[in-house]
Design a protein around this ligand. Structure first.
Ligand code: KIV
Ligand code: ZN
Length: 509
């Protein structure tokens, strides 16, 4: 039997730290359910001391996970952070506190203005303090990738002696080379006297595009846990993508002497869900989950794959849940058929919510004969975005063309069903539209990105608009909207981003 590598998901913590990827508590719960379907070992649920919203969200995620996964809360090596994490995890069935401090010269001297000796004391004190609350304590040696080997080994030994069950070796800045990072892990395995009492975890970033290679180098050299996110979401260039590291371990299990317990057939669904909620599109050529990951276009490759799949395809698409997008529903399909398909896609939608989804489905099926799984997922995304929204779109009307002045009239409903109408001109239809919305939703923001793509093929496909807005205080929020009419998608995406901005401000307060 090969070694089991624990999969620690940090989509809801490090992933959420990407500018514009902030999620509300409802969205975090939807992702939690998908992480449980994937069978991750640990869910890093948030950083409770950072805001009341994060605190509450950690509590909700812990309740949702029940005993199916360890739920972990991040802290600095500071007592008030640890108190807050412990309080958020109070009713958690399998709690873990993840505490730590910087260990590289740059962190010790420049960021913390301290000394290696004091940092070591701090690290040990934090682990001991966390240990008063929970048995399972993970210590992160921040910026370990640029730290001194001997010092890192000394810190690792001391925190294990203080009770750490897992020691996380992050390459915080994504600076390392795989070979060197592997040697670092090997050095710890060979030079830390009590290493058998804890698991070494690797947490790598993608600044040089090597996060997955670094994580695998860690596994090859003794790491027993990998920290990762769906789609590689995360600070700056992101974290190790779970789908990549898990599939690499699956393909090379014997060589690596490793396996994971992840249900890989859930990857595509997880990827779409996280992309839809975070507003971070997945590049078509992204490994494992990109739209082109299994597309063969050159004649030579097509010929090879027809003769034997294994000539150019190392992974069976079905193993990661890539179905050949089948036509499943049409305008003649009833509510029961919709519900059945929605359940097969992994969502639970009942009662009044199912009625609303069915109306939206019929509306789409009227315009579009063939309703694919991707369309349904997009509709469900739209439906989820409208739950607890502060504003929803009632109607939009645009006049534009050559030589007209683009003019938009918009009607929005607020969450008490009050109607607001505004009209504006602009340099183009979207500009006019967004100005009209701004007259109703009076909140400072600037549009920083706008992208449109079709959900499936064909002229009648749904057009999905993804945008990013920057609030007055510099925070970035994404928004998404889908419709056959891209002007309507644009309106929905903007309203979605503004709803997130408002919700974030409220949760923070
Ligand atoms: O990258 C990093 O060092 C982190 C730690 C907080 C674990 O995210
Ligand atoms: Zn990180």
């Amino acid at each position: 039997m090969t070694r089991k590598i624990a999969i620690f998901d940090t989509t809801l913590r490090d992933g959420e730290q990407s500018p514009g990827a902030s999620m509300n508590s409802e969205e975090k719960l939807i992702i939690t359910r998908q992480l449980l379907r994937l069978g991750v070992d640990v869910i890093e649920a948030g950083f409770p001391v950072s805001s009341p919203g994060d605190f509450k969200s950690v509590q909700q995620i812990a309740a949702e996970a029940d005993d199916k996964a360890v739920v972990c809360a991040l802290t600095r090596a500071v007592e008030k952070d640890i108190d807050s994490a412990a309080a958020a995890l109070e009713h958690c069935k399998r709690p873990r506190i993840h505490t730590g401090i910087g260990v590289s010269p740059s962190h010790i001297y420049e960021k913390l203005r301290s000394t290696p000796e004091k940092i070591l004391e701090n690290a040990v004190a934090a682990v001991k303090y966390a240990k008063k609350y929970v048995e399972d304590v993970e210590f992160y040696a921040e910026d370990a990738g640029r730290s001194d080997y001997e010092y890192l080994a000394k810190v690792t030994e001391a925190v294990i002696a203080a009770g750490a069950t897992v020691v996380n070796i992050p390459d915080t800045t994504g600076y390392s080379l795989p070979d060197e990072f592997g040697r670092r892990i090997r050095f710890l395995m060979e030079n830390v006297s009590n290493i058998d009492k804890a698991t070494i975890s690797v947490h790598t970033h993608n600044d040089l595009g090597m996060a997955t290679a670094l994580a695998i180098a860690g596994v090859q050299n003794g790491a027993g846990q990998v920290e990762c996110t769906i789609n590689g979401l995360g600070e700056r260039a992101g974290n190790t993508a779970m789908e990549e590291v898990v599939m690499a371990i699956k393909m090379h299990g014997e060589e690596l002497d490793a396996h994971t317990d992840i249900n890989t057939r859930e990857f595509i669904r997880a990827s779409r869900l996280v992309s839809s909620i975070s507003g971070f599109l997945v590049q078509p050529n992204k490994a494992i989950v990109g739209a082109n990951a299994f597309a063969h276009s050159s004649g030579i490759h097509q010929d090879g794959v027809i003769k034997s799949r294994n000539t150019y395809e190392i992974i069976d698409p079905a193993d990661v849940g890539a179905s050949q997008s089948s036509i499943v529903l049409s305008a003649r399909s009833g509510r029961a058929a919709l519900r059945h398909r929605v359940e097969q896609l992994g969502y639970q939608i009942e009662g009044e919510e199912l009625n609303q989804l069915y109306d939206a489905f019929l509306d789409l099926a009227d315009k579009k004969k063939e309703v694919y799984d991707e369309d349904l997922e997009s509709l469900i995304g739209e439906h989820n975005r409208n739950q607890k929204a502060y504003y929803t779109l009632k109607s939009v009307q645009i006049s534009c063309g050559q030589p007209l002045i683009p003019t938009a009239t918009v009607t929005l409903l607020d969450n008490e069903d009050r109607e607001f109408v505004a009209c504006s001109t602009g340099t183009g239809p979207v500009d006019a539209l967004y100005k009209a919305v701004n007259e109703i939703v009076d909140i400072e923001n600037e549009l920083s990105e706008f992208a449109v793509q079709s959900v499936t093929r064909g002229i009648d496909a749904l057009g999905e608009v993804t945008i990013r807005v920057t609030s007055g205080d510099g925070e970035v929020f994404s928004g998404r909207g889908a419709d056959n009419d891209i002007i309507v998608s644009s309106a929905k995406a903007y309203i979605n981003a503004l709803n997130r901005l408002i919700s974030h401000k409220e949760e923070r307060n």
